[in-house]
Design a protein around this ligand. Structure first.
Ligand code: CDP
Length: 205
Protein backbone atom coordinates (compact mmCIF):
# COMPACT_ATOMS: atom_id res chain seq x y z
CA UNK A 1 0.00 0.00 0.00
CA UNK A 2 1.41 3.39 -1.04
CA UNK A 3 -0.04 6.76 -0.04
CA UNK A 4 1.25 9.79 -1.97
CA UNK A 5 0.93 13.22 -0.34
CA UNK A 6 1.89 16.22 -2.48
CA UNK A 7 1.45 19.97 -2.25
CA UNK A 8 3.15 23.38 -1.92
CA UNK A 9 5.30 24.62 0.99
CA UNK A 10 3.70 24.79 4.45
CA UNK A 11 0.30 23.47 3.35
CA UNK A 12 0.39 20.87 6.13
CA UNK A 13 1.42 17.87 4.05
CA UNK A 14 4.24 16.77 6.35
CA UNK A 15 1.99 16.77 9.41
CA UNK A 16 -0.78 14.98 7.53
CA UNK A 17 1.56 12.42 5.96
CA UNK A 18 3.16 11.60 9.34
CA UNK A 19 -0.28 11.21 10.92
CA UNK A 20 -1.41 8.89 8.11
CA UNK A 21 1.72 6.75 8.55
CA UNK A 22 1.02 6.50 12.30
CA UNK A 23 -2.67 5.74 11.71
CA UNK A 24 -1.98 2.84 9.33
CA UNK A 25 1.35 1.67 10.82
CA UNK A 26 3.22 2.44 7.58
CA UNK A 27 6.72 3.79 6.94
CA UNK A 28 7.10 7.52 6.30
CA UNK A 29 9.47 9.43 4.00
CA UNK A 30 9.71 13.22 3.81
CA UNK A 31 11.16 13.45 0.28
CA UNK A 32 11.64 17.23 0.65
CA UNK A 33 14.36 16.50 3.21
CA UNK A 34 16.35 14.71 0.46
CA UNK A 35 16.23 17.83 -1.74
CA UNK A 36 17.06 19.96 1.31
CA UNK A 37 20.13 17.77 1.98
CA UNK A 38 21.30 18.19 -1.61
CA UNK A 39 20.65 21.96 -1.40
CA UNK A 40 22.62 22.27 1.83
CA UNK A 41 25.46 20.06 0.57
CA UNK A 42 25.70 22.23 -2.56
CA UNK A 43 25.73 25.43 -0.46
CA UNK A 44 28.49 23.97 1.72
CA UNK A 45 30.52 22.85 -1.28
CA UNK A 46 30.28 25.95 -3.41
CA UNK A 47 28.08 28.67 -1.86
CA UNK A 48 25.47 30.62 -3.82
CA UNK A 49 24.60 30.73 -6.65
CA UNK A 50 24.61 26.93 -6.79
CA UNK A 51 26.34 25.37 -9.81
CA UNK A 52 24.43 22.46 -11.41
CA UNK A 53 27.53 20.27 -11.43
CA UNK A 54 28.00 20.75 -7.67
CA UNK A 55 24.34 19.86 -7.00
CA UNK A 56 24.43 16.77 -9.22
CA UNK A 57 27.61 15.51 -7.54
CA UNK A 58 26.02 16.10 -4.10
CA UNK A 59 22.86 14.17 -5.09
CA UNK A 60 24.87 11.21 -6.39
CA UNK A 61 26.83 10.79 -3.17
CA UNK A 62 24.10 11.78 -0.71
CA UNK A 63 24.49 10.37 2.80
CA UNK A 64 21.57 11.37 5.06
CA UNK A 65 23.84 10.82 8.12
CA UNK A 66 25.77 13.99 7.23
CA UNK A 67 22.88 16.32 8.10
CA UNK A 68 21.18 17.46 11.29
CA UNK A 69 17.42 17.98 11.12
CA UNK A 70 17.47 21.50 12.56
CA UNK A 71 19.76 22.97 9.89
CA UNK A 72 17.63 21.48 7.09
CA UNK A 73 14.48 23.36 8.10
CA UNK A 74 15.46 27.01 7.50
CA UNK A 75 14.12 28.93 4.49
CA UNK A 76 17.58 29.46 2.96
CA UNK A 77 17.94 25.69 2.69
CA UNK A 78 14.31 25.44 1.45
CA UNK A 79 15.18 27.90 -1.30
CA UNK A 80 18.37 25.99 -2.19
CA UNK A 81 16.32 22.77 -2.25
CA UNK A 82 13.93 24.21 -4.80
CA UNK A 83 16.86 25.39 -6.96
CA UNK A 84 18.55 21.96 -7.02
CA UNK A 85 15.16 20.23 -7.42
CA UNK A 86 14.76 21.85 -10.84
CA UNK A 87 17.83 19.97 -12.16
CA UNK A 88 16.74 16.73 -13.92
CA UNK A 89 19.95 14.83 -13.00
CA UNK A 90 19.39 15.63 -9.32
CA UNK A 91 15.82 14.28 -9.52
CA UNK A 92 17.03 11.17 -11.35
CA UNK A 93 19.68 10.50 -8.69
CA UNK A 94 17.01 10.52 -5.95
CA UNK A 95 14.34 8.54 -7.80
CA UNK A 96 15.31 4.93 -7.06
CA UNK A 97 15.90 5.69 -3.40
CA UNK A 98 12.31 7.00 -3.14
CA UNK A 99 10.81 4.14 -5.14
CA UNK A 100 12.51 1.45 -3.09
CA UNK A 101 11.30 3.15 0.09
CA UNK A 102 7.76 3.14 -1.33
CA UNK A 103 7.89 -0.65 -1.73
CA UNK A 104 8.43 -1.24 2.01
CA UNK A 105 6.02 -3.60 3.70
CA UNK A 106 3.29 -3.26 4.92
CA UNK A 107 3.03 0.17 3.30
CA UNK A 108 4.57 3.61 2.93
CA UNK A 109 3.50 7.23 2.99
CA UNK A 110 5.69 9.62 0.98
CA UNK A 111 5.30 13.38 0.99
CA UNK A 112 6.68 15.75 -1.63
CA UNK A 113 5.84 17.53 -4.87
CA UNK A 114 5.80 14.77 -7.48
CA UNK A 115 5.01 11.56 -5.59
CA UNK A 116 1.61 10.98 -7.21
CA UNK A 117 2.76 12.12 -10.65
CA UNK A 118 6.33 10.78 -11.11
CA UNK A 119 7.72 8.78 -8.19
CA UNK A 120 4.66 6.58 -7.53
CA UNK A 121 2.12 7.12 -10.31
CA UNK A 122 0.48 3.82 -9.25
CA UNK A 123 0.02 4.84 -5.60
CA UNK A 124 -3.13 3.40 -4.02
CA UNK A 125 -4.22 6.78 -2.63
CA UNK A 126 -3.09 10.26 -3.64
CA UNK A 127 -3.71 13.48 -1.73
CA UNK A 128 -2.89 17.00 -2.87
CA UNK A 129 -2.72 19.26 0.19
CA UNK A 130 -2.93 22.98 -0.39
CA UNK A 131 -3.82 26.26 1.35
CA UNK A 132 -3.78 29.97 0.50
CA UNK A 133 -0.24 31.44 0.33
CA UNK A 134 -1.01 33.94 3.16
CA UNK A 135 -2.14 31.14 5.47
CA UNK A 136 0.91 29.04 4.61
CA UNK A 137 3.24 31.99 5.26
CA UNK A 138 1.66 32.55 8.70
CA UNK A 139 2.16 28.87 9.58
CA UNK A 140 5.76 28.85 8.38
CA UNK A 141 6.48 32.09 10.30
CA UNK A 142 5.23 30.44 13.52
CA UNK A 143 7.16 27.23 12.81
CA UNK A 144 10.43 29.10 12.20
CA UNK A 145 9.87 31.72 14.91
CA UNK A 146 10.57 34.29 12.17
CA UNK A 147 9.94 37.99 12.79
CA UNK A 148 9.20 39.16 9.27
CA UNK A 149 5.89 37.84 7.87
CA UNK A 150 6.28 39.67 4.54
CA UNK A 151 9.71 38.09 3.96
CA UNK A 152 8.37 34.60 4.69
CA UNK A 153 5.43 35.21 2.33
CA UNK A 154 7.81 36.39 -0.41
CA UNK A 155 9.97 33.24 0.07
CA UNK A 156 6.91 30.99 -0.16
CA UNK A 157 5.67 32.73 -3.31
CA UNK A 158 9.11 32.50 -4.94
CA UNK A 159 9.31 28.80 -4.13
CA UNK A 160 5.75 28.11 -5.39
CA UNK A 161 6.64 29.87 -8.61
CA UNK A 162 9.91 27.95 -9.09
CA UNK A 163 8.32 24.58 -8.17
CA UNK A 164 5.32 25.07 -10.47
CA UNK A 165 7.15 26.45 -13.50
CA UNK A 166 10.07 24.05 -13.75
CA UNK A 167 9.88 21.54 -16.58
CA UNK A 168 11.29 18.61 -14.54
CA UNK A 169 8.42 17.16 -12.46
CA UNK A 170 6.62 20.43 -11.65
CA UNK A 171 4.34 20.79 -8.65
CA UNK A 172 1.04 19.51 -9.98
CA UNK A 173 -1.93 17.56 -8.63
CA UNK A 174 -2.19 14.11 -10.22
CA UNK A 175 -5.50 13.76 -12.12
CA UNK A 176 -6.58 11.05 -9.67
CA UNK A 177 -5.53 12.93 -6.50
CA UNK A 178 -8.02 14.15 -3.89
CA UNK A 179 -7.36 17.85 -3.23
CA UNK A 180 -7.66 19.09 0.36
CA UNK A 181 -7.55 22.85 0.99
CA UNK A 182 -6.52 23.23 4.65
CA UNK A 183 -6.78 27.07 4.78
CA UNK A 184 -9.76 26.94 7.15
CA UNK A 185 -8.84 23.68 8.95
CA UNK A 186 -6.89 23.11 12.14
CA UNK A 187 -4.48 20.16 12.30
CA UNK A 188 -7.02 17.70 13.74
CA UNK A 189 -9.61 18.57 11.07
CA UNK A 190 -7.05 18.27 8.27
CA UNK A 191 -5.87 14.85 9.51
CA UNK A 192 -9.46 13.61 9.84
CA UNK A 193 -10.25 14.77 6.29
CA UNK A 194 -7.11 13.04 4.97
CA UNK A 195 -7.98 9.73 6.69
CA UNK A 196 -11.53 9.93 5.25
CA UNK A 197 -10.13 10.51 1.76
CA UNK A 198 -7.73 7.54 2.03
CA UNK A 199 -10.48 5.31 3.43
CA UNK A 200 -12.73 6.26 0.52
CA UNK A 201 -9.99 5.11 -1.88
CA UNK A 202 -9.29 1.92 0.03
CA UNK A 203 -12.91 0.84 0.27
CA UNK A 204 -14.06 2.28 -3.04
CA UNK A 205 -16.72 4.60 -1.52
O1 CDP B 1 8.30 21.65 3.94
P1 CDP B 1 8.22 22.42 2.65
O2 CDP B 1 6.99 22.09 1.89
O3 CDP B 1 8.47 23.87 2.80
O4 CDP B 1 9.44 21.98 1.76
P2 CDP B 1 9.96 20.54 1.44
O5 CDP B 1 8.81 19.59 1.26
O6 CDP B 1 10.99 20.19 2.45
O7 CDP B 1 10.64 20.72 0.00
C1 CDP B 1 11.69 21.62 -0.25
C2 CDP B 1 11.85 21.79 -1.76
O8 CDP B 1 12.25 20.54 -2.33
C3 CDP B 1 10.57 22.15 -2.50
O9 CDP B 1 10.38 23.54 -2.60
C4 CDP B 1 10.74 21.49 -3.86
O10 CDP B 1 11.39 22.34 -4.77
C5 CDP B 1 11.66 20.33 -3.61
N1 CDP B 1 10.96 19.03 -3.66
C6 CDP B 1 10.74 18.46 -4.89
O11 CDP B 1 11.04 19.05 -5.92
N2 CDP B 1 10.17 17.23 -4.99
C7 CDP B 1 9.80 16.55 -3.90
N3 CDP B 1 9.27 15.34 -4.01
C8 CDP B 1 10.00 17.14 -2.61
C9 CDP B 1 10.58 18.40 -2.52
Amino acid sequence: MIIAVDGPAAAGKGTIARALARHYGYHFLDTGSLYRMVGLAALRAGGAPIASSTAIAAARKLDPQDFADAELRNEQVGGAASVVAAIPEVRAALLELQRSFARKSPGAVLDGRDIGTVVCPDADAKLFITARAEVRARRRQTELGAADYEAVLADIRARDERDSRRTAAPLLAAPDAVTLDTSEMDIAAAIAAAVRAVEARRTGF
